[in-house]
Design a protein around this ligand. Sequence first.
Ligand code: ADP
Length: 238
Amino acid sequence: MSQQLNQVFLMQKNFSQNAAHEFRTPLTIMKTRIGLFRKKNGLQAPQTEELLQIMEGEANRLSAMVGSLLELTNLEQEDSFEPFHPGKLLQAVADEVSPLAQERQVSITVNASPSTLWGNKHLLHRALFNLMENAVKYSEAGGKVAAAVRCENGWVRVGVTDQGPGIPEELRQQIFEPFFRVDKARSRQQGGVGLGLALVRAIAEHHGGAVIAEAAEAGGSRFVLTLPCEPCPEGTEA
Ligand code: ADP
């Protein structure tokens, strides 16, 4: 039974991976052709311009979706682990998200105690980015996002708390499923494709960790990413 399930899972994964690969070329062609059309023909009548913008926007969304799907199905190939400071990584992610936060009038604070993680920095950067970007995206103007790293009993815990709408208790597991959105229209409006949290969970599990969503004390949500603080191999301290 478990062998059969594994096989079905593998088939499904291969299918997603192949489909994502196949979608890349036509999407690139579409985007290039739209770009060329614009370059050759200059400013268009309002109706044509509107159509071009819709096509461009949807092609970009599909590209983002295909990119995330490929990341999700290629995780095992990401096996280059290295030692690094999660606090510094969190600060780098906060700096990256800060233009979006400023645009949305959301403030970000980072609080980190020193610790060393042994992991894939590129993947963990992606996971933290998705959590921070979501916290900003789902906040109202004037909202505060607080991110913190703590090291406790051999585990590194990264918490990202916001003052947004929060997530209904009965949906706090489902939001980690691919393509699940609490409010499809809102996610779409924010440019979301519904794969961000699925990727965070897959990255956490790839490192022997986990991620949960809970209610923040002052309203809003808190996401907690827990990762084992593996001892770094000798001579590789960060
Ligand atoms: P999306 O691209 O739609 O943001 P995600 O996988 O990142 O996809 O998130 C899945 C869903 O979880 C979102 O559509 C949203 O409904 C909910 N969600 C994620 N982060 C937050 C948050 N910080 N506050 C409220 N809802 C959130």
